[in-house]
Design a protein around this ligand. Structure first.
Ligand code: AAM
Length: 336
């Protein structure tokens, strides 16, 4: 691995929410059982470039590979530092992890789905304050995470809509789940606008709580933060803004999320005053099987893919080179 030595550190928060077990809500795994393992496998892919304790490279039901392979490919080209935080993993991972006390997230239609949210936020905040880095890039892996992100946005009174790992966003189903969650927590939209930790505990997931803590700790110590991801990171940004922080915050995502008409990422990023970077990996210029499902609208983002692409772009690496390395990583793991 080469080293850019520019002091950028990638932090992947990997965890779970049982909300993902609902039929048709997520494509971040081949089936509901394998989905539980996706974040543990994504962490291994980022750290080692292959599954170690987990048995499969995560793919969607139709075979779209995890975006972790894109992030890994860029990491092999750039050599940026990467740290994994356990944001509520449900399966063992062989990736070294930092613990913040985050437990598995339960379905948000239950009354108290993330009892570990407050503790994880505070522990992550301390970690974010202390972690040496010139710049932090915060990434996520949590199947079902766009639905819990919608829950948090509504609890905070933000009207942003979320994207999806599926080509056809199940927006009505997500709205219904969030309605049920609001009811279970006796909340109306906006009721938790002044209480971000309550919003994430009652309506969110452990990864969002951990990411918000990391971002808060970093901004308190003037470390520049870029949220690497799509609409789930809007919920993280909203948690940080509703916590009273008004300074600079970046959001780096893919063209696939930015162009998703079922969400409106650009408008939402603007209303949360985020410095937005959108990068198009140009997968449509390839006919490699690893890329064709992305071009068909699957996955779109995840495991910091948009942030990794932005780092590559900033380092002057052509997207053709990123595509080539991604294809090589895919062929090594999944071809034959
Ligand atoms: C993470 N690992 C993935 C993956 N993601 N592996 C395969 N496909 C993905 N899409 P949703 O709310 O629809 O489940 O989308 C969010 C999930 O998809 C997150 O885990 C994100 O990192 C991505």
């Amino acid at each position: 691995m080469e080293h850019t030595g520019d002091g950028s550190r990638f932090v992947l928060v990997a965890g779970t929410t049982e909300t993902a077990q609902r039929d048709g809500i997520s494509a971040a795994g081949a089936d509901p059982e394998l989905m539980v393992e996706t974040p543990a496998a994504d962490a291994e892919l980022l750290a080692y470039g292959r599954p170690v304790r987990t048995e499969h490279v995560p793919v969607s039901p139709s075979g779209c590979p995890t975006p972790a392979l894109v992030t890994r490919a860029v990491r092999e080209l750039l050599g940026f530092e990467a740290t994994v935080v356990d944001g509520g993993l449900a399966k063992p991972t062989a990736a070294p992890t930092v613990t913040v006390g985050a437990g598995v997230g339960r379905d948000i239609a239950e009354q108290d789905p993330v009892p570990t949210a407050h503790g994880a936020f505070e522990a992550a905040r301390q970690f974010g304050r202390a972690l040496p880095a010139d710049e932090l890039w915060l990434a996520e892996s949590i199947p079902g995470g766009t639905t819990t992100a919608l829950g948090v946005l509504r609890a905070l009174g933000e009207d942003a809509m979320v994207s999806s790992s599926l080509p056809a966003n199940p927006t009505e189903q997500k709205r219904a789940v969030v309605e049920a969650a609001l009811e279970a927590s006796s909340l109306a939209p906006g009721d938790a606008a002044a209480e971000p930790k309550r919003a994430v505990r009652r309506m969110g997931d452990p990864v969002l709580a951990t990411l918000a803590g990391l971002a808060a700790g970093a901004v308190e110590t003037d470390t520049p933060v870029t949220l690497a991801g799509g609409t789930q990171q809007l919920a993280v940004a909203a948690l940080v803004r509703h916590g009273g922080y008004e300074g600079r915050l970046g959001l780096a995502t893919t063209a696939y999320v930015a162009d998703d008409e079922t969400a409106d990422l650009r408008a939402s990023a603007e209303s949360l005053s985020l410095d937005l970077t959108v990068t198009d990996p140009g997968f449509d210029e390839s006919d490699h099987v690893a890329m064709e499902r992305f071009v068909a609208g699957e996955a779109k983002e995840g495991v910091g893919m948009g942030g990794a692409l932005a780092l590559a772009d900033r380092a002057g690496i052509a997207m053709a080179e990123v595509r080539e390395r991604f294809a090589a990583v895919y062929d090594d793991l999944l071809d034959g």
